[in-house]
Design a protein around this ligand. Sequence first.
Ligand code: NAD
Length: 482
Amino acid sequence: MSNIAEYWKNYIDNQWADGGSERLSIENPATGGHLAWQALANRQDTARAVSAAKACHESGALSAMRPVERGRLIRQMGEWLLDHVEEIANILCLEQGKQLWEAKNEATNCARYYEYYGNQVETLEGKSIPLGQNYLDFTIYEPYGVSAQIIPWNFPLEISARSIAAGIATANACVVKSPELAPLSSQYLARAAEAVGLPKGALNLICGLGDEAGAALSEHGDVNQMVFTGSLATGIRIAASAAQNIVPCVLELGGKSAAIVSSDADLDNFIKSLRAGIFTNSGQVCSAMSRAIVHEDIHDEVVERAVELAQSISVGPGIERTQPGLNMGAMINKNQRDKAEAFCQRAGHDGARIVTGGHRLNHHGSFLQPTIIDKVDPAGELGQTEVFGPVISIMKYQSENQAIEIANGTQYGLVGGIFTRDLDRAMNTARKLRAGQIFVNEWFAGGVETPFGGYGKSGYGREKGREALSNYIQTKNVAIRL
Ligand code: NAD
C-alpha cells in the first residue's frame, strides 16, 4: 500500500525545489518495490542552500528575534508535527521498514525535541565577570551562523529534529542533508517550518548522495558549524573537512555497546531491555545493546530466555505491525540485511554459536531473523564490529573486572549498561565504563533531556539535553573600561 505522493522535493530558501541530480527512486524495504521519487540535490543546490542560510543569518532574522518569539516558533513546529503524526509515521514506516508503532513513536519523539528546545530558548543567558570597579565585563553567547547537519537513515526524523531544534533555538540557520535511503518523511520538518512562518532560509532541507551533496556541504567554506550523525568512516571525512575550514564539529558515530548482566540481576527486567535494546528498529540503532556480557552463574538461563524471546518475535512488513509488542519490521535494504547475515555466518570462524536466527526470511523484503549468538570471542570480528542489525552477541564473565574489561575493549564508547540489584556495584561499574551514557537496569533509559554522545571512536560533542546547546554557540566577551 502506498497512497503517498509520487514525487518529493527539497526545500531551499523557503522554496520547494527540484534536484540538479534529477530524481532518486526510494524503495519500500518491506517489499523491495519502488515507493516514490525524491529530488536529488547536486553541488549547486547545496551551495544555494548554504547561501540561503548565510543570508538568513546575516539578516539577523533569527538572531535579532526576541528569544521568546523564537522559542514559540520552535514549539509551534513541534505542535504542527504532532498534528500530522499519523501521516508522517505512515511514510516513515514505508520508506524505512520499521513497524508502524515504532514510526509513530519516532514522529512523536521528533516533535518532542521542538517542545524541549523551544522551551530552552529563553533560558540561555550570558554572565558578568567581576573585574573591579573600573570595568564592566560580560560574556554573551552567539550563534555560529550556518549549521550543516548530515543525517543517517535509521532514525531520520528524530536525529534531524534534535539538531534542527537545537540549531534554531540558538539562532543558527540550518542546512540539513537528509539520508538518501529514507528522505521522504523528513520533508515534514520543512513543511512545519513553512507552516509556522520560520524566517526565509532558516531551515533548508536537501536530499542528495553522500559523496555529492554531503561532501559539498561538509566542505563548503560558508558553513560555520557541523553536526554529523553516521558511520565512523564518513565521520573521519567530515572531521577532515571541518579541520580544513576550522569549524567545530559534533560527531555522533557508531557503537558496539555492552550490557553487563550480574548474577543478581532481575532477569525478567533484563529480557525486556534486551528486546528493546537489540530488536528496536531491527537492531539498526547506534546505541543498540549489541553485546551482553553475562555472569557465568546465570549465563545458560539468560541464553535460554533470550532465545525464547527472539523466537517469539513476529517479523514482517512494518505497516501491518501497528501495536507495540513482540514484532519487528524490515531492515533498510537488502545490502544492509546481507551484510548482517554475512556477519552471522562468519561468527563460527571465531568459535561462536548461533543459537537462534542468523538467516534472512524467505520474503521479497529485507528481513533478517532475530538472532542470538553465544560464545562470541570479545576480540573477534563479531565482538568488535558494529553489525547494525538484530543480532546480539553473548559473552560469559567470571569477575567484575573481566566484565568491564570486555565492555571497554572496543574502539567505541557510545553507551553501556549494567543490570544488578546492588547499587554499589551499579555505581562502581558506571564509573568504570568508558561510554557517554550508562543505563542501569533499563536500556535506553533517559530522554530528550539527557546528553547523548560517545567516548572513543563513537565521536565527540553531545546532542540532546541542554548540554547540546553549547555545541551551537560561540562565546563573546565584552570588557568595558568605565
Ligand atoms: P553513513 O555514514 O553512510 O551516512 C550518514 C550520512 O552521511 C548520510 O546522509 C550520507 O549521505 C552522508 N554521507 C556519506 N558519505 C558522505 C561524505 N563523503 N561526505 C558527507 N556526507 C556523507 O552512515 P549510515 O549508514 O547512514 O548510518 C549508519 C551509521 O550511523 C552507523 O554506524 C550508526 O551507528 C551511526 N549512527 C550514529 C548515531 C549517533 O547518534 N551516534 C545515530 C544513528 C546512527
